[in-house]
Design a binder for this molecule. Structure first.
Ligand SMILES: Nc1ncnc2c1ncn2[C@@H]1O[C@H](COP(=O)(O)OP(=O)(O)O)[C@@H](O)[C@H]1O
Ligand SMILES: [Mg+2]
Length: 249
């Protein structure tokens, strides 16, 4: 079993979109998949058509009540083999109660991390983001001994030179750590959540559906070839030492 966290402290970089659609793609490839929604806003929960406020059992209950193990809060989705541990605003209470433990624990509980990186319009932003991403990885993930599965470029636009340049910079800097698959900015991906569906059922023939399926395939392929992951870790170590010239924690 693998537990993949999708993390980046930056909002709006495509975490929820990736969680929902990648999970759906895994299920379509026959991998039994559970999405654990750890967002108090319950965006993944909403994304599968549930109203977070009307659920009487959520991950909050599983985290705070020993009488309620996680399996008791799990609900189904419209995709076979894909289930959901839903979340709602109660989780923000638990976050306060447990200070900053939750985010960190969810990373410790995971075997792999995917970091979505929004390919911005602004060149300077892009460079800053590059360094920030390196910091995010060093500060948040290294101490947990979590394997960085990859950086996922999101909101990619082939038409703009800047988007292409930032993509290229990311690949030069992070090497193999950047997934071959990128996610383009497409209207269908933004529309799917309001229908309460993943892109795979909302618009199966869309570019977004094809890209999230390609990402699932790439991850399944990497799993079959562990040396790929080692190469990724080396690329990260090299990139970080190039960046700051010194310590990996
Ligand atoms: N590839 C994409 N193309 C177009 N819109 C996207 C794409 N990915 C995400 N979005 C939209 O952008 C917003 C932020 O994405 P989201 O996945 O919610 O980010 P996060 O969870 O990191 O805050 C949402 O409205 C989402 O529907
Ligand atoms: Mg989100």
């Amino acid at each position: 079993m693998r537990t993949i966290a999708i993390a980046n402290q930056k909002g709006g970089c495509g975490k929820t979109t990736t969680a929902v659609n990648l999970a759906a793609a895994f299920a379509k490839y026959g991998k039994r998949t559970l999405i654990v929604d750890l967002d108090p806003q319950g965006h993944s929960t909403l994304g599968f058509g549930y109203n977070p406020e009307t659920l009487d059992k959520t991950v909050y209950h599983a985290l705070t009540n020993v009488q309620i193990p996680l399996p008791r809060v799990i609900i189904g989705t419209n995709i076979e083999g894909l289930n959901l541990a839903p979340s709602n605003i109660l989780l923000s209470g638990a976050e306060l109660e447990m200070a900053d433990i939750i985010g960190r624990e969810s990373l410790v509980a995971s075997t792999d991390v995917i970091v979505p990186v929004q390919v911005n319009y602004y060149a300077m932003e892009g460079l800053r983001q590059l360094l920030e991403t390196a910091d995010i990885i060093r500060v948040n993930f290294k101490p947990c001994y979590v394997k960085i599965l990859g950086l996922l470029l999101t909101f990619v636009e082939d038409r703009t030179l800047l988007s292409r340049q930032i993509q290229q910079q990311m690949r030069e800097f992070f090497g193999d750590l950047v997934f071959d698959t990128v996610i383009h900015r497409t209207v269908r991906l933004a529309e799917a959540p309001s229908a309460g569906e993943s892109i795979l059922t909302f618009s199966p023939e869309s570019k977004g559906a094809a890209e999230y399926k390609a990402l699932a395939e790439e991850i399944i392929r990497r799993e079959a070839v562990p040396s790929e992951e080692i190469k990724g870790e080396q690329a990260l170590a090299e990139a970080l030492s190039r960046d700051h010239g010194n310590s990996l924690d």
